[in-house]
Write a protein that binds this ligand. Structure first.
Ligand code: SF4
Ligand code: SF4
Length: 293
């Protein structure tokens, strides 16, 4: 059988990935991180869609391809049931942050993680309790509370994180607990970058402006038209949103929420009125909220 790492390393290096490995309970977990360049805050008239999802999509397909290569060489691959963050910490791929994210020196928090599980022990072996020991916070977090201060939903605290209040959780469930939370999501359609944008772990990283294709795709009117057209209309967002692009009603409701939070909501009224009779309750609730603006 060919050596596991002689198959994986050349492929991961081609993708500029950082990686590490550890063996737990008779399986080896190869974790890799793909970097991405984040968008700056978007101008008025556009929605913010986190570039993380593009990298996450790439990482997902890279993992699938690498698993296929390993299976062809006789390895048995499987998904990872362990916490990605603990595997990142134990392999040295990243450090734990107050914002609950993981950062690595080169990529900051701007990386998408994936793990390939392989039956057999091919890396340093540790016990499950060693994997789940409490890893210290990054030294930078000790005297910094930037994310805690800036989080618009107030979910980051000294020793805890309230994920159910986070904008990303609200987007995933298409449910904002109240007007304050819906407003705090601002023009973030999918993802919320605020706790990462000013994090000292990311200050060395370049930010980019919307490219021409994104200018078309992230314009509020175009998002509304695309998501109103169901799954077919969502097709151009496949690589940008990953598996989430197949949720048109949820994306339409979130777009209406962003329209309501924009500087001039009244310019979007003719669009939003078209969604008044939409069958989906989440869209109807978003229309009602918009009308109160
Ligand atoms: S903003 Fe500061 S406290 Fe928050 S994760 Fe970054 S370094 Fe840590
Ligand atoms: S993603 Fe946004 S809402 Fe969630 S913790 Fe970060 S800043 Fe707060």
């Amino acid at each position: 059988m060919t050596d596991l790492f002689s198959i994986l390393i050349p492929e991961l290096e081609k993708e500029d990935a950082h990686f590490g490995a550890v063996s737990v309970d008779g399986s080896t977990y190869v974790i890799f991180a793909l970097p991405y360049f984040q968008l700056q805050a978007v101008p008025d008239g556009y929605a913010f869609i986190d570039s993380y999802y593009i990298a996450s999509n790439r990482a997902y397909f890279l993992r699938k391809r690498l698993c296929g290569m390993l299976e062809a060489e006789g390895f048995e691959t499987h998904t990872c049931e362990h916490s990605y963050k603990h595997i990142a910490a134990v392999t040295g791929l990243g450090v734990r942050l107050r914002s609950t994210l993981i950062a690595n020196e080169a990529f900051g928090t701007r990386m998408a993680l994936e793990i390939i599980g392989v039956k057999g022990v091919f890396a340093k072996e540790i016990t499950v309790s060693e994997l789940y020991r409490d890893y210290p916070l990054s030294e930078k977090c000790r005297d910094c509370k930037i994310c805690e201060t800036l989080c618009p939903q107030g979910c980051i605290h000294e020793n805890s994180f309230e994920y159910e209040k986070c904008t990303r959780h609200a987007q995933d469930n298409c449910f904002f607990s109240d007007e304050k939370s819906a407003k705090a999501a601002g023009t973030n359609l999918w993802g919320c970058d605020i706790c990462q944008r000013f994090c000292p772990h990311n200050t060395h990283l370049p930010k980019r402006e919307l490219n021409e294709e994104e200018k078309e795709l992230f314009k509020l009117e175009n998002l509304f038209n695309a998501f109103s057209f169901g799954k077919k209309g969502c097709e151009p967002y496949r690589d940008i949103l990953g598996g989430n692009y197949l949720r048109p009603a949820r994306l339409l409701a979130l777009t209406i929420n962003v329209m309501a939070n924009s500087k001039n909501p009244e310019q979007y009224l003719p669009y939003v009125l078209k969604a008044e009779c939409h069958a989906d309750e989440r869209v109807k609730a978003a229309v009602e909220r918009f009308k109160k603006k």
